[in-house]
Write a protein that binds this ligand. Sequence first.
Ligand code: WT7
Length: 678
Amino acid sequence: MTDSAPENAALENLSTEERTFPPSDAFAAQANAHTEMYSWAAADSVDFWAEQARSLLDWTTPFTQTLDWSGAPVARWFADGTLNACENAVDRHVAAGNGERTAIIFEGEPGDNRVLTYADLKREVSRAANALESLGVTTGDRVAVYLPMIPEAVIAMLACARIGAVHSVVFGGFSAEALRSRIDDAQARLVITADGGYRRGAPAALKPAVDEALGGQADSGGPLDAKPSSVQHVLVVRRTGQDVGWTPGRDVWWHEALEAASEEHTPVAVEAEHPLFVLYTSGTTGKPKGILHTTGGYLTQTAFTHLNVFDLKPETDVYWCTADVGWVTGHSYVVYAPLVNGGTQVIYEGTPDTPHRGRWWEIVAKHGVTILYTAPTAIRTCMKWGEDIPNGYNLSSLRVLGSVGEPINPEAWTWYRRVIGGDRTPVVDTWWQTETGAIMISPLPGVTAAKPGSAQTPLPGIHADVVDETAQPVPNGSGGYLVLTQPWPAMLRGIWGDHQRFVDTYWSRFEGIYFAGDGAKKDADGDIWLLGRVDDVMNVSGHRLSTTEIESALVSHPMVAEAAVVGATDETTGQAVVAFVILRGEFLDRVDEIGEGADVAATLRAHVAHEIGPIAKPRTILVVNELPKTRSGKIMRRLLRDVAEHRTVGDVTTLADSSVMSLIAAGLDAPKAARPKP
Ligand code: WT7
């Protein structure tokens, strides 16, 4: 393996992959999407989106203005209209006579099941909304949601939307530290959490992390921060029944609050540009960005893409998106779009290999799942486990397969279609970001002849291009930077509390154009191939991680003097976190001793898990004496990536001290290189 950067892998695929998979006539004949959508949107994309907004959503006050870009780069869509997201996701289906339709089929990891119809969901969200209001939460307040993948996560988010409160979901795998910084940044007034959730066959506690974050429990290791937080109450769902610490006056059981609450609640109509949620995502600095999404445009584009990219037939499909609500995919394609479209969906709490490696396929067969949306890393893991496992289940109900989160290599794409899709289903590779809010580049099933490995075409009404350093579109056959050249309805409206960072991060590289941070290439047909990030952002198992954020976690450990983190290509997870650390002098002398005994790597991995969360744990930690830096002191991650991927180290002429690379390479072979067991 001499050349395994994601760029090169994708470029190789590009030159060898020639198969296309046109839709069957039968699929095309029944598809929601049509070729004419492209010409309509090309002729007038603003009119196109206005029509989608009118036909897909119920407006309390119809809008008369579609797009206002005069405040660029902050767009306003449908600004004089009012609506409520929860009413669109729940109440209107009940009002239309579909109250008995199943909204959520919940599959708990231990095997427990729960089915919620739209009428059930309406009752639960109404009670939850009343409970939030009785705890003092009101329109515009921020609510942190820190829950496992259980129906209450969906109910909590919708209840916030129902009263116009802004949810900030924090992935349950994030640490107390990460939770606290997100609570502080958004000044959340309430936290909704659970005692715990089931993961890998056992209850995994969540409440202690909330207690630690808020400093409320003496036995939780002490308050993280002496400063009081903005949080007034913690609403606690009982899921596992495990013991929880309790702060009287602050903590309230969810079930008690809901039992006491009325089933009647009138949704609060808000302006289309009212904030719906903030979702934190990693950037190129140590501080996560609170990506802000608003209501009308976000719901329009998520609903449109869900109907057309997955060909959803709400009356008959059983849709399953495997994403956690802690990520944007869980917001757009678990909570909002499927419910706004009146669909039936499966929600699964646990891991794909609990209690056995066929669990996902068992769920597909059991509930007759017709549409499956998952991530390439999961597909590659299943490939590794072997096709005998899915072959043991009846997967014939499946009719559309989707992929998201990272480039899907053609091998994984074709395996997905052949083994999971029975050589019959369209596969849609969907490119988008937390910031874009909804799918941007994707084939349309029934219309597009799919090309394994390529996200292909901007959706109707979306203006994406690949440009060179001077913002000029590159010709077919060339690579460059992926940009979005026109505003789109679900676009982020800013970074919470930091307008300048919003402008600097996305709008300053190219004048008036949104830069996505991804490299891409147009093939001979003009189809787009994503080549991975071009900034200091890593993509591990489809989750975004910042090199800088992990570096600051590492240097916050007393043992570490300096750290540099890179994403190295990994067969299963796409990229893996590799950390180079310099230990402090007093530890350096003892490195052999620590390396053998206390295990430097294990200590530091645990520290990163505690600071950020287990997903950020470096796969490999290498103890080195020097780091390669430019004369201005910037760490040259490119060179470290070469080392991490076992390549010949590239051009070192800009290094302040070019001998460090040989020192690092030599250090890698020495016993003090601390490598954790895989
Ligand atoms: C980054 C966004 C969008 C939901 C999940 C991730 C990468 C996403 C694809 C795809 C190639 C992809 C990009 C993007 N990415 N989808 N289909 N092909 N790359 O959301 O955490 O905001 O990450 O994920 O690099 O910029 P996110």
